[in-house]
Ligand binder design. Sequence first.
Ligand code: CTP
Length: 216
Amino acid sequence: MRFVVTAGPTREALDPVRFLSNRSSGKMGYAIAEAALAKKHDVTLISGPSCLAPPRGAKTVPITTSDELFAAVRRALRECDVLVMCAAVADYKPAAVSARKMKKRKAAFPLRLIPTRDVLASLPKRRRYLVVGFAAETHDLKKNAQKKLRTKNCDAIVANDVSGSETGMESDENEVTIFFRDDETKTISRALKEIIARELVKIFEKMFEKSLTKKS
Ligand code: CTP
């Protein structure tokens, strides 16, 4: 199987030295890439800025901004069986980017932000690959994840609670619930991200097999 995995945060520049971003470390996405490689799958890892070492054997595509991520995913989809959108994409970017470092002033500083492009929501409805989204939630996890599954037209969505520091963003551990289109759900209880990733890859393999039997 050919996996395309996105991981880490995006950065949206304000000026040459400042940016908007989020706390994503990339650990979950990198663990999924490693787990897929361990099962001998082809892996393209599209990664925002991260301190992690690129997995051996993966084709790694470094990106910084949400626009770069958008373009890299579109390119990678030409050879893809499963897209796993684990990246924490910034939802907004500054309306204007200053070419020069902005100088400090005494007055308050209004910042105009515009929405970034939503990679998942932009994908065609008819497609040959499976699409797995992630949902980072601090509240109403089930309701929000199910809404994202439908509005972003995913085949499955992996929801994780990012309200605490024990699991989710930056942490070594996670606990996830996967929501499928047929209303089935599956929870993987708290474990190291490497272990969660192995379980997720097994689930993605099964989804892929099922999609092949449907087509034939
Ligand atoms: N995503 C995307 N493009 C964006 C924003 C998010 O493709 N511009 C993807 C993420 O990679 C993830 C899914 O959409 O797979 C859900 O991301 P999340 O941050 O949980 O939700 P948002 O869509 O950003 O909505 P909200 O911030 O309101 O929860």
